[in-house]
Structure formats: C-alpha cells, structure tokens
Write a protein that binds this ligand. Structure first.
Ligand code: NAD
Length: 304
C-alpha cells in the first residue's frame, strides 16, 4: 500500500512534544489536520500558517485524513481519543493508519491495535525518546511496534520527526522498549543526582564534577544535557516529573506481568514518589536532584 505523500496527516495532542513534531511534519511538506484538548495549542499552530487546519474532534481528524498521529499524556487519554465519544475509531476503515507516539501501557497499545484492526484499519505504537530538544531538532529515537508493511508506510512520517527509527516487534513492543528506556533514564538521573550532591556537599565545585565526568566512562546524555541545569536549579519542563512517574509505573507493571524483578526501578520509583509528594509534578524530571538535596539537607545550587 502506498505511503501518505501528498495527503493531509492528522495530529492529536499538541503539547511540549506534539507541537514541534507537528511543525517538523509541516516543514517536510505535509498539511496537518490538528486537534488538542486545550485551544491555545491549536491557535499557536494555526497562527504559523496554512499547513495547519483545525478539526473539531478526534473523529473529525480521522474523517479528513488517512494517517492519524496521537501524542497524548497517558493510557486513559489514548483510550479516550481512540475509543471514546467522538473518538477516531468509527471514522477508521481500510487504508487508515493510526500511529500512537504517546508513552502508554503496552496492554493498552495492544487493545487499541485490536480495536483498530476490527475496523479494517491498522495501528502502530511508536513512542519516542530524545525529549523536547529532540522533538524540536527532528532527531527523536522512535521505537515502533506493529506490522512491517505498516512501519514502511509510516517511515517518511517518522523520518520527518526522528533520526533513529527501529521496528522492534509486533503490537505493544514499542511500548515495552519505551518502558526499558524510561528505566535507564530514571536510574541515570538518580545516579547523577546522587553523585552531584555527594561531591558538592563534600566540598568540590559541582561544575568541575560535571566537566570531568563528561569526558570519562561516567559520561551520559543526562550528564551532558542536564548536569549544568540541575546545578542551577533550572527545572522548566522538558519532561514533567509526573509523566516519568507514570512511565515507571508502566515499567513496574510490565515487569510484574513478566515475572522480572526490577529492584532498581522500584527504588527510583520511590524517589519520584517523594518528588510528587513535594508537589513538583509539573517540574522537569531533572528536579529529582532536589529529593537528594532534601535528604542530605544541602543545596548544590548554593555552591554552583
Ligand atoms: P504534554 O502534557 O505537554 O502534552 C499533551 C497534550 O495532549 C496537551 O496539549 C493536552 O492538552 C493534550 N491532551 C490531553 N488529553 C487530550 C485529549 N483527551 N484530547 C485531546 N488532547 C488531549 O505532554 P508531552 O510532554 O508532550 O508528552 C506527550 C507524551 O510523550 C507522553 O506520553 C509523554 O510521556 C511522552 N514523552 C514526552 C517527552 C518529553 O520530553 N516531554 C519525551 C518522550 C516522550
């Protein structure tokens, strides 16, 4: 089946990630039929030019396009947009492709895939990694679950938004890999936080710690991209802590369903719980360092 060249593309969920991803599709030449719960985000894109056209509901998006991309916060939001009132499902038929790029539970991805197939349409789960910076730059890592022929059809769309695009398996496999990704990122944030608070409270300039660790085996994207902003307490999202907490919940339940002990994920989840309890759900996940500061009764920002 042909790809979607020259056809309008539906995009639902225009938040921190969805807006720049939609902009990159527009820059690649696609016209986008957009919908979002809050009107502000729709208006922002409409003001940028005629390649964006507003729809009145998720169903309206699907009626006007053959490929619909969703970039929503959590599993209930995807269920709502696809299966709920005015959702995309009744408008789907042969030739339609639903591409969910949100991070949701693998079981929900499988459920959505099944419901879409019952309509004669196809679905992919294609969550991403790379943060808002990767979304803006069009360099996201995209982990795709679904059938190979559908991945091929979607490839020009993925290439407009990402750089590393890997078909990782059947329905739900993309979400399983994304859960693995979120474990690695969360544990990395905990390690960087622990090291910075340790070094700084013991009397060493944290900027120097970031500088020298970045050149050795301890180097990581978290250290490189967020080391300085963690020291400076710049926590504007980025990736909201309550979304990462949601992802660790997905990782733990996926681990439970597969009888895989994940002790480090369980521990880091508790640190994210402490962050949520402090009322910081809307801060960037790099604010995890403040949990360590609170435990150590020491603020590295004061030294940096
Ligand atoms: P966000 O909260 O900034 O954006 C979500 C958007 O979806 C909002 O504009 C909201 O109004 C809209 N929305 C919510 N429910 C809706 C509904 N029922 N109908 C229509 N619109 C609805 O979140 P984000 O940071 O853009 O993240 C989106 C997804 O991508 C999440 O699953 C997140 O875990 C994942 N993700 C985020 C990042 C990041 O760095 N922010 C990185 C990788 C993956």
């Amino acid at each position: 089946m042909a790809d979607f060249e020259g056809m309008p593309i539906g995009f639902i969920g225009l938040g921190i990630m969805g807006k720049p991803m939609a902009r990159n599709l527009a820059a690649a030449g696609y016209t986008l039929v957009i919908y979002n719960r809050s009107q502000d985000d729709i208006d922002t894109l409409l003001a940028e030019g005629g390649q964006f056209q507003a729809a009145g509901s998720p169903c309206d998006v699907a009626e006007r396009t053959k490929a619909v991309i969703t970039m929503l916060p959590d599993s209930p939001d995807v269920r709502d947009v696809v299966l709920g009132d005015n959702g995309v499902l009744p408008a789907l038929g042969t030739g339609h492709l639903l591409i969910d790029m949100s991070t949701i539970a693998p079981a929900t991805a499988v459920e959505v895939n099944g419901a879409v197939r019952e309509r004669g349409a196809r679905a992919l789960d294609a969550p991403v990694s790379g943060g808002d910076k990767g979304a803006i730059a069009g360099t996201l890592s995209i982990m795709v679950g679904g059938d190979a022929e559908d991945v091929q059809r979607a490839m020009p769309l993925f290439e407009a938004m990402g750089k590393t695009i890997v078909h990782v398996g059947g329905a739900g496999a993309g979400q399983i890999v994304k859960a693995c990704n979120q474990v690695v990122v969360a544990v990395n944030y905990a390690a960087v936080s622990e090291a910075l608070v340790l070094g700084a409270k013991a009397g060493v300039d944290p900027d120097k710690i970031v500088q020298v660790l970045s050149g050795g085996l301890a180097a990581s994207r978290v250290l490189e991209l967020k080391g300085q902003t963690m020291i400076a307490h710049q926590f504007a999202p980025g990736f909201r802590t309550d979304l990462h907490r949601k992802d660790l919940g997905i990782a733990l339940s996926t681990a439970g369903a597969n009888s895989v002990p994940t002790p480090i994920t369980a521990l880091v989840t508790q640190l994210f719980e402490a962050l949520a309890a402090a009322g910081t759900g809307d801060l960037d996940h790099s604010a995890l360092v403040t949990v360590y500061e609170e435990m150590a009764k020491f603020t590295i920002g004061d030294m940096g």
